[in-house]
Design a protein around this ligand. Structure first.
Ligand code: AHR
Length: 498
């Protein structure tokens, strides 16, 4: 069994929008309190921002972070999180049944994002709020001065506007679990009217309308068509959300789930283009895959959490080596569709289904899934090239024709470097791979980094944070414009040439 790949610089899918490597911080569990913000922690700065966490985030070069939810946002009053901390209210938070102390809000998040080197993707509340709050928050965040809300921001110590460019029009409004859930028509109307006034306040912003909260929803994909019927002129992106799990311990199928992500992207793209045709529009709707990840490990533990605590340990999935392989496949799937998927958010960033974990008062460390995300974010910038791949395939009871090799190449035309990301899904055997880089002429190896572990269930924990870690020196050689590699069984590979 062997696989091959042709990488040609003329076969470009798209220039990748850096925001494909975005992430997400929700007021949920210990993402904010005990995650990015923990006054009194030995590593916290004067604002309570944990510097150990910030260092791990900066290493990831996260271009944009979605905030403040998630399900949380549909009951959130953004005004609770501004102004003097001592007068901010403690509220019952109904999405996750906790108490929200509001010690961290819009201005703190803008400061934290700046410190992280990230832009803000702000989600507005379209569950309990509407058009009025939609325009007010844009005025508070982005208007320079001389109006009620902009002057209020200035009085809070923020003379410069935050210039938040990307805004989500609510979150998962199709889900019955959502505070203030809506039918597609109800949501389409409120989203369109909110979008209109938000852009009247600041015409430079970009807006994301809610697609379905998953392709398993009964209203999918009719939801997309109806919502776009109302919002097509005003929105710039449509959202997709999807999580994957391995509750049945069927690893071969789990590794093939990225094919389902691709199917999902195909059908949402087709729905967008149907509405484009119906409206005789010249505009092409782009996609924001603003929640994606593996999520299943913590489901049982979460059922046992007592309600009405501040920042309990919710959704704390401890990720395994095999989860890292799935995240690698999902990243490759996003890159394959980077002509339409312009933004994506790994959900989430710290503690809550996250690549970074912390202990309250203690250490911060990288989970297994941190590494494929890191590699893609650092080396996956430039042009995504069409993956002309030949690979043997396998079937499982749920999915057929899963290629053992999942791969894509990215050409960083500024640096003149090519990176091949490759997962060998074969759980038993190594996979020989030949990469033909014919259009690049003679190539020189930069390196071959590998993430693998003999135990697919191996995890990183506070006690052993480096159990699953990438190593350099994979089995690759180059000869002219050909690379020959051996991809270890169940491995993530990053092969770089110039
Ligand atoms: O990311 C966790 C939750 O998953 C988000 O709050 C919600 O939008 C989705 O259902």
């Amino acid at each position: 069994r062997k696989a091959s790949m042709i990488v040609d610089k003329d076969f470009v899918i798209s220039r990748i929008d850096d925001r494909l490597y975005g992430s997400f911080i929700e007021h949920l569990g210990r993402a904010v309190y005990g995650g990015i913000y923990e006054p009194g922690h030995p590593q916290a700065d004067g604002q309570g921002f944990r510097q150990d966490v910030l260092a791990l985030v900066r290493e990831l070069r996260v271009p944009i972070v979605r905030y403040p939810g998630g399900n949380f946002v549909s009951g959130y009053d953004w005004k609770d999180g501004i102004g003097p901390k001592e007068s901010r209210p403690r509220r019952l938070e109904l999405a996750w049944r906790t108490v929200e102390p509001n010690l961290f809000g819009l201005n703190e998040f803008a400061d934290w994002s700046r410190a992280a080197g990230s832009d803000v993707m702000w989600a507005i509340n379209l569950g309990t709020h509407g058009v009025d709050e939609a325009r007010n928050i844009v005025e508070y965040a982005n208007h320079p001065s001389g109006s009620y809300w902009s002057d209020l921001r200035i009085s809070h110590g923020y003379k410069q506007p935050h210039a938040i460019k990307t805004w989500c029009l609510g979150n998962e409004m199709d889900g019955p679990w959502q505070i203030g859930a809506k039918t597609a028509v109800e949501y389409g109307r409120i989203a369109a009217e909110s979008a209109k006034v938000m852009k009247w306040v600041d015409p430079s912003i970009e807006l994301v309308a809610c697609g379905s909260s998953g392709r398993g929803m009964p209203t999918y994909p009719e939801w997309e068509a109806t919502v776009l019927d109302h919002t097509y002129e005003h929105a710039d992106y449509l959202s997709l959300h999807s999580y994957y799990g391995n509750a049945d311990n069927d690893t071969a199928t789990f590794l093939g789930r990225s094919l389902e992500m691709e199917d999902f992207i195909h059908s949402v793209t087709a729905t967008c283009d149907y509405i484009k045709a119906k409206k005789r529009s010249k505009k092409t709707m782009m996609l924001s895959f603003d929640e994606w990840n593996v999520w299943f490990h913590s489901n049982n533990a979460d059922r046992k959490i007592e309600p009405w605590q501040v920042a309990p340990p919710q959704l704390e999935d401890v990720y395994t080596m095999e989860d890292a392989l799935v995240v690698g496949c999902l990243l490759i799937a996003l890159l394959k569709h980077s002509d339409r998927v312009r933004m994506a958010c790994l959900a989430q960033l710290v503690n809550v289904i996250a690549p970074i974990m912390t202990e309250n008062g203690g250490a911060a460390w990288a989970q297994t899934i941190y590494y494929p995300y890191l590699h893609a974010s650092i080396y996956g910038r430039g042009q995504a090239l069409v993956p002309l791949v030949q690979s043997p395939k396998y079937d499982t009871k749920d999915i057929t024709d899963i290629p053992y090799l999942e791969s894509i190449a990215v050409y960083d035309d500024r640096a003149g470097e090519v990176t091949v990301f490759a997962v060998n899904r074969d759980l038993e055997n190594a996979l020989p791979l030949e990469v033909d880089l014919r259009s690049f002429g003679r190539c020189e190896m930069i390196g071959h980094t590998v993430l693998e572990h003999e135990d697919l269930k191996a995890t990183n924990t506070a006690a052993s944070p480096d159990r699953v870690k990438p190593r350099d020196g994979g089995d690759t050689s180059s000869d002219g414009s050909k690379i020959t590699a051996t991809l270890g069984k169940a491995s993530w590979n990053v092969i770089r040439v110039r």
